[in-house]
Design a protein around this ligand. Sequence first.
Ligand SMILES: [Zn+2]
Length: 655
Amino acid sequence: MNATDSAEPSPGPAAAQPLVSRLGALDLLLVSIWCGLTAGVLEVLIVILRKQFVDWNKLYWMPRQFVWLVPVADLAIFSVLGVALALLSRLGRVGRSVAIRLLCGLFFVPMVWAAFPLIYGPASFVLAVGLGVQAGAFVERRAAAVRRFTLLTCAIPALVLLGFAGWTFGGDRLLAWKEAGRPLPSPGSPNVVLVVLDTVAAEHLALYGYDRPTSPTLETLADRGILFRRAVAPSSWTLPSHASFFTGRWPYELSAGWLTPLDRQAPSLAEYLSRHGYATAGFVANTWYCSADSGLGRGFTVYRDYLLDDLGAFKYAVLIDRPLEGARQLDNELRRRFGIDLLRPFVRTVWWRFNASSRKDAAHVNAELLGWLSNRPDPHRPFFAFLNYYDAHYPYELPAGAIHRHGLRPRNDREVDLIQNWRTVDKRNLMPGEIGFVRNSYDDCVTALDEQLGRLVDALERRDLLGNTWLVVLSDHGESFGEHKGDFGHGTSLYQTQLHVPLLVVPPTPQRTRMRIDVEVSLRDLPATIVDLLGFQDPRAFPGESLVPLWAQAGAGRPVETSPAISVVVPTDPVEPDPLKLMESREVWASLTQDGWSYILGEGTSGEQLYHLKDDPGERLDHARDPAAADRLASMRAALNRATGGPLKLEQFKP
Ligand SMILES: [Zn+2]
């Protein structure tokens, strides 16, 4: 009798005993490998099927590499468990019967968690383990058959895993091969670097009159470029805004929404430039709404979104993510309600080990671009690079080593909470000092981001690239801090705090041009503008109007046609910002910014608002019911309705 046999409790039924005795330590190892591979592959398939056919939310919020990362993570977990159980079984510390039930119990957990993400985790865990223990008893009675079955079928999930990996790596190679095969554009074609300062409001930049020195780099760039003083975002949050300035279409013409990616219908700027021989590369830090998953990666040969270094790469497996997330939430609750720090050390070490990499700072985005520039296969091919910096987006935490220039390091738990959990903090009863603290922290982040932009420009200069590169710097939307009652964050309204964004076009260095454009322009015109400034002579490439004539013909006195500065949002609720709870009761808002006025039309009960921005940039005095402004109200209402084909309805936003 070997050591594993001695670990068995009292003998089972006489008929089952001979089969049970054949389950050895190697069998446990084999079963654990089979369980890890199969559970991982099935978890991936369940998530894909759920997203395709069941969920409202079509966004994965995971890197596309999750299809092979998850099975690898599950394989690692089960293998470690299998080795431990095999050893303990050999040492007689764990009975084989318990071991096999444990393995089978855990086998069902990833599938149940992946299939029912909204069911309370511990409850579904008990359900899965219950299922597994029953299966374990079945397996135990058929040891020989199980050994045969696992040996014969282990290759199937392994092959599927290899197929998933081949799909992601092979897809990348295929795109690179296609790019290499395209003819080069005409010699001397300039590059384009498009930098999006996600969530940077124009009002918080010294360049736009803010009373804090938040934007020295932007000011230097503006000295040799074209500054748009009244640029308006097509929406007040990330995805529809990016989707609009990538396609030239308005948000209501696109599928991009809180829970839906940009589909393939409208051609994108990256696709256009790629087709015309440009190398295209995107480096994005906003993984919620700019990752490949969002649809914005279409047309880019290289697209880097999630950080996949260290252990963080494996957090997408539910077996890792759900317990860690549960521990973090429990830690938050214990601290908030009872002041208990019991789980703090665990969260600080283990949770951060798997999550610290989820936020990519601007320095990392810069490094990715510069690394790509150093290693790209065809350095003579002009390039279109898109950068999305996320450092000014909440949580307003400075990257390690950055300096607090306007605010203070959080001094107590409440301030830590305000910074780290700003999205979900109940903002109905905030103290003025608390709002001030958060604003200061945001300004710190904006200033640190401006510094990183400066480092990028310096690096491009050192590589002698600016002489042949158009640099376009903008933001996708601004940020509110309660300027209007209850309005915090973004995607919650269409006030100028969320719509007025920086836009700066810097020509290749020899063409230094210091110019200011004071008319309202929409970011929607960006693709038409870029195609124009690259000299493609293709005015119909994208909807919208090129902004180039605004500065190329300045002084000529001729009126220049631009798109109306329309903005649209299906607002989230700042008190309940979870987009999953959104679509039931929200209403569409649309706005038009024109001639120094802002007109906002809300669907249903929200009604109309009218503000005179020149006299009242904070939009405090609503002129919608002011008889003196009746003509202005009527003309802006008519202009907005003309542009959007009538008041927008929520249905238009449901793909
Ligand atoms: Zn954004």
